[in-house]
Design a protein around this ligand. Structure first.
Ligand SMILES: [Cu+2]
Length: 125
């Protein structure tokens, strides 16, 4: 009987540890998909790191500016599918700035790495 109670307590303790572990994981956002919770901003920074654009989605006010910085050792580009902007090759720690005056959704990618696709700049109020 005593061992049964101890087993039950251990099982409960394990459950609590597992549960708190899950909670911690869901709060961890190292690669956010957006720069904010919906409100467009006047200036945003996008970090290119580990072969990904972070945040992958930026909501920008018309006339707003985005600055990309390559933190990888590999060169990357930030190239608009529609041809509005193109950083050219960015080497480590190089930056590229672009000011978006026309509202719209700009989908861009890295021309060197095909998996670095579908990043967006959404310009509007
Ligand atoms: Cu790349």
């Amino acid at each position: 009987m005593k061992t049964k109670i101890i087993s039950l307590i251990l099982l409960l303790a394990a459950g609590v540890i597992l549960f708190s572990g899950c909670g911690k994981k869901s709060n961890n956002s190292t690669n956010p998909t957006s720069n904010n919770n919906g409100a467009p901003v006047a200036a945003a920074s996008v970090t290119i790191e580990n072969f990904a654009f972070s945040p992958a989605t930026v909501k920008l006010l018309p006339g707003g500016k985005v600055t990309w910085t390559n933190k990888d050792t590999s060169p990357h580009t930030a190239t608009d599918i529609g041809g509005t902007f193109d950083s050219g090759n960015l080497n480590t720690d190089q930056t590229f700035e672009f000011t978006f005056s026309t509202p719209g959704t700009y989908t861009y990618h890295c021309t060197i790495h095909s998996m670095m696709a579908n990043a967006t700049i959404i310009v509007g109020n």
